[in-house]
Design a protein around this ligand. Structure first.
Ligand SMILES: C[S@@+](CC[C@H](N)C(=O)[O-])C[C@H]1O[C@@H](n2cnc3c(N)ncnc32)[C@H](O)[C@@H]1O
Length: 263
């Protein structure tokens, strides 16, 4: 029987061989950029207000980075030392084609044994952990190899997400269970791994439905589209606490206290 990891590898190879337009990752269309970059900008803001953002100096590892959407964004944001990792060699080849300055690395997010502890200042995943058979293991591996902080952008558990969200994601014969996070899971996974009270766990819940919002905005004349999309999310802001998406930052305590020395 093929493992969930093998199935994911095969699914991405198939997607890369059948899709030839990845330009939405590099477009400068304001609506697409707003929709695609919003969650990443939220995460970086959470680091910036805590004085933990220094793009010119910080190294970043992107996990489950696919064809490099997050890498392109971070590069344009000013980060200089970016590594995009993914299980799929095919996806990484597309990534190098889109943005040749990005470093790429073939990596199973559940097993980063080849990477020493605290190797990267920031370690980021977006829409990736829920493709793993063992999402919490992927997360704790991220914590291990991060020096300063981990950014996790994944579906948030909740009534609305469960009612209208996808529980089983299918691509052809490949299926994966959409693991949804919340404050408690994030907190427990962090503390049980780091064994440290001083780790800062910051889950931010928000609404994110780019397909629906994008479709709605594109019904309007071009000059209004960005305003429409921004307005939709602004209207939803007061009820972000019921949102379907988690943008979380976990800050490791000063020094490497992994495995217990920081209690
Ligand atoms: C939905 S895509 C997200 C890609 C990218 N983060 C984005 O939002 O554009 C999920 C990615 O996870 C990768 N993936 C699935 N299982 C993985 C694993 N065990 N280790 C590393 N990457 C994996 C897939 O190859 C795919 O590129």
């Amino acid at each position: 029987m093929k493992s969930g990891v093998d199935l994911q590898r095969a699914a991405m190879a198939e997607i890369c061989s059948t899709r030839d337009d990845w330009s939405f990752h590099v477009t400068s269309d304001p609506l697409t950029r707003f929709l695609r970059d919003r969650r990443l900008r939220t995460a970086l803001r959470m680091l910036r207000v805590r004085g933990l953002l220094d793009p010119a100096r910080q190294s970043v590892l992107i996990v489950c980075g696919g064809v490099g959407g997050e890498g392109v964004f971070l590069s344009r944001y000013g980060f200089k030392d970016i590594t995009v990792s993914d299980l799929s060699e095919e996806a990484l080849a597309v990534c190098r084609g889109l943005e040749p300055t990005l470093r790429t690395m073939s990596l199973n997010a559940e097993n980063m044994a080849g990477i020493p502890d605290s190797s990267y200042d920031l370690v980021l995943v977006q829409d990736g952990l829920h493709h793993l058979p063992r999402p919490v293991l992927g997360f704790t591996e991220m914590l291990r190899v991060a020096r300063t902080a981990v950014i996790v952008i994944e579906p948030h558990d909740g009534l609305v997400g469960r009612a209208i969200g996808t529980e089983w994601e299918r691509h052809g014969d490949v299926v994966n269970y959409v693991f949804r996070w919340n404050r408690s899971i994030l907190n427990q996974a962090t503390r049980s791994y780091l064994l440290c009270k001083r780790a800062i766990v910051l889950p931010h819940r928000m609404w994110d439905h780019n397909v629906v919002v994008g479709k709605l905005a594109r019904r309007f004349p071009e000059r209004w589209r960005l305003t429409v999309a921004k307005t939709v999310y602004r209207v939803l802001r007061p009820v972000n606490r019921a949102g379907n998406m988690m943008v979380a930052v976990v800050v490791k305590p000063d020094g490497d206290t992994t495995r217990g020395s920081g209690l």
